[in-house]
Design a binder for this molecule. Structure first.
Ligand code: GDP
Ligand code: GDP
Length: 442
């Protein structure tokens, strides 16, 4: 199974080089997304990878625990929240400027927390470790690790040390017996109050759905395994759901990290919208993240019972306008409260899963490619006419089709979409993104 990605928070007073470090950590991966503007003002989230280990980095604006002016207090609040979300904290100080009163305050705060914490002295290029860094030991946080974010020195071993310090969440015991592929992992995502808990409880209350007892939960994440019509599912919590007696309730505030982690570890994401609100900025950001993650998506507009015809039309328009990039996702309208339309979701979820996991044999792909070209060849671009020769599958979840040929860099976007549409139709792909890559041989 996909392990939950650990979360690393960068904290420190302004100007010590946190953003520089953040950029260095996140830019190594080709497809960086997860900068989620709108969701948070002062925190940036980024995906990073070191060898095979992937993690999420949070960059914070700054930390002034005792500042009384509004903006600084807000910054401190943001930082505390980032620290709360983190598995390991990297506390950055400035090796050139030396210790400051603020550093002491931050250290005092971090020492109280029972969280792995790494003390890192940035801007240490060209410095000899011993003497200049000695003063930082006063902070009582143990070893001082010199790095230079700007020059990339020491950053790799710093991250290795940080990741080694955390306990990696154990996979649920359940997985040991069950081959991964048989369980469809589903994340129900959406803003607070769209009705996630109501939907999940409505599902769990259904007779046709057999919920198992909660497995040993990993940290504070909840995974509910259940079976429905012979298929095994696992529900991944995004809402901070807690069991209260027989029902689940969202007891936490919206957590970006939980949402990101749940999306990443799911096969299919059910994105819930609220019919009474239309598509908000936050909805669009979450949708954007799901798209970047490559996961399958099913869209459901909840609270359909609470809106009139005029509002229904408005909602549909706002989906077309703002979520156009999720056109491949099936769209449902439901009322979780009245339990309307919620059964039909399962079919779409299972279909989206099957689509994400589709196997496309090379001969079939190549035949489809040749048929598409015979129907309509790509346009000539200057002196070049792209020649599409054969295709094979380059990945699953999301499916990737790799097309080989010559001058493929001249294939236009319109033609790519034409090909995508044909492949989708041929393999009946619904709910999953489909990626097409071109490989030119010259
Ligand atoms: P933040 O406010 O903590 O996010 O700090 P920034 O990343 O914006 O960096 C503050 C300043 O320190 C910028 O002028 C950076 O160019 C500089 N800086 C960052 N890392 C290094 C470094 O490793 N060495 C040196 N000499 N300067 C650095
Ligand atoms: P969550 O924060 O996404 O888990 O949202 P909740 O499930 O707690 O629901 C938020 C509010 O919306 C509650 O007051 C629910 O009763 C209400 N709600 C949920 N589903 C529906 C629905 O289908 N129709 C209506 N009218 N209200 C709903």
């Amino acid at each position: 199974m996909t392990a939950f990605k650990p979360v690393v928070a960068l904290v420190g007073r302004p100007n010590v080089g946190k953003s520089t470090l953040f950029n260095r950590l996140t830019k190594s991966r080709d497809a960086i997304v997860a900068d989620l503007p709108g969701l948070t003002r002062d925190r940036h989230y980024g995906n990073a990878r070191l060898g095979k280990r992937e993690f999420i980095v949070i960059d914070t604006g700054g930390f002034e625990p005792d500042a009384s002016s509004g903006i600084y207090r807000e910054m401190a609040k943001q930082t505390r929240q980032a620290v709360a979300e983190a598995d390991v904290v990297i506390f950055v100080v400035d090796a050139r400027a030396g210790l400051s009163a603020q550093d002491h305050d931050i250290a005092a705060y971090l020492r109280r927390l029972a969280k792995p914490c790494l003390l890192v002295a940035n801007k240490a290029e060209g410095m000899r470790e011993g003497a200049q860094l000695a003063e930082f030991y006063e902070l009582g946080l143990g070893e001082v690790i010199p790095v230079s974010a700007a020059h990339g020195q020491g950053v790799r071993s710093m991250i290795e040390t940080a990741l080694d310090r955390l306990e990696w969440p154990a996979a649920p015991a359940e997985d040991a017996q069950t081959p991964d592929a048989e369980v469809i992992r589903l994340a129900v995502a959406g803003r607070p109050n769209v009705g996630k808990s109501t939907l999940i409880n409505a599902w769990l209350g259904e007779e046709r759905l057999v919920a198992f007892d909660l497995p040993g939960t990993t940290r504070d994440a909840i995974r509910v395994p259940f079976e429905r019509e012979g298929r095994r599912f696992e529900l991944i919590d995004t809402a901070g759901l807690r069991r209260k007696g027989k029902v689940f309730q969202a007891v936490e505030k919206f957590s970006v990290v939980k949402t990101l982690q749940a999306i990443e570890s799911a096969h299919v994401v059910l994105l819930l919208l609220d019919a009474t609100q239309g598509v908000t900025d936050q909805d669009a950001h979450i949708a954007g993240y799901i798209l970047d993650s490559g996961r399958s998506v099913v869209l459901a507009v909840n609270k359909w019972d609470a809106v009139d015809d005029y509002q229904r039309e408005q909602v549909q328009r706002s989906i077309e306008a703002r979520l156009a990039f999720l056109k491949f996702a099936p769209l449902h309208v439901i009322s979780a409260r009245k339990r309307q339309g919620i059964q039909a979701l399962w079919k779409s979820i299972a279909r989206a899963y099957a689509s994400a996991m589709v196997k496309m044999p090379t001969p079939v792909l190549t035949r489809l490619l040749h048929e598409a070209v015979a129907f309509q060849a790509p346009r000539k671009s200057g002196m070049f006419r792209p020649k599409l020769r054969y295709a094979h599958q380059g990945g699953q979840n999301p499916p990737v089709i790799v097309i080989h040929g010559n001058s493929l860099e001249h294939v236009g976007d319109a033609y790519r979409r034409f090909l995508e549409a044909r492949f989708r139709k041929a393999f009946d792909l619904v709910g999953t993104p489909l990626r097409i890559e071109f490989k030119t041989q010259d």
